[in-house]
Design a protein around this ligand. Structure first.
Ligand SMILES: [Zn+2]
Length: 83
């Protein structure tokens, strides 16, 4: 007799590859040297090259420049599609 062992561990309990999102909302990562803390604002956070920033701490705002306005070819409502 041959005992064929099928060791298939297809358990549905463990789902690898699941991103750990929705655990933390994006917050402004601007470091306020005067207050010695991060801004950590969560309203109207947008992702810039330097990271997530609130409207007060965008790269343009920090340089005293007006925000770049959406123009032709610029994605007006750029949503982060997480699929
Ligand atoms: Zn901020």
């Amino acid at each position: 007799m041959s005992t064929q062992q099928n060791t298939v561990t297809a358990g549905g309990s463990d789902t690898p590859g699941r991103p750990a999102r929705d655990m933390q909302l994006p917050e402004c990562g601007h470091w306020s040297g005067a207050e010695r803390r991060h801004c950590r604002a969560v309203d109207s956070i947008r992702l810039y090259v330097i990271g997530h920033r609130c409207p007060l701490h965008t790269p343009a705002a920090l340089q005293g420049k007006p925000e770049p306005q959406p123009g032709p070819g610029w994605p007006v409502f750029r949503q982060e599609q997480c699929s």
